[in-house]
Unconditional design. Sequence first.
Length: 160
Amino acid sequence: MEIRKAKSGQLERIMEIYDKARTFMADHGNPNQWVNGYPQRELVKRDLDNGWLYVCMQDKEIAGVFMFYQEPEPNYREIWEGSWLNDRPYGTMHRMASAGKIRGVSAFCLEWCYNQCRNLKGDTHPDNYVMQNVFEKNGFKRCGIIRVEDKSLRIAYQKE
């Protein structure tokens, strides 16, 4: 597998992968995380335009997609029921989705993100047991609870 910056010509396929991920989450006990078409095309396009959108490629096919950047995440300013592992600059990974054809895509993407900065944060919905397991199996520590833009709660993770 190989990580590359996403290109505008891949946007349709990326949106298909996100659509499939919404169905997967709903079918696996997490119907409330990516609702109302989240992530919307406008948000994904913004990630693409900012150079934050990445694809995981396998045999010239998109195996997964995620957003990664190394800027302060506004939703991470406040954390409850715990604390971050450190206050150093960090990278943030969001909106990870697999095309569902290859095992290990999420772990590969997380490892790539971690290797870019060696201090990585992420979060997931309390009902997203699949992603919680991915974080924990890949050495991330559960740090506490954060609140996102729509005021819902997320479990915050960090690996240093």
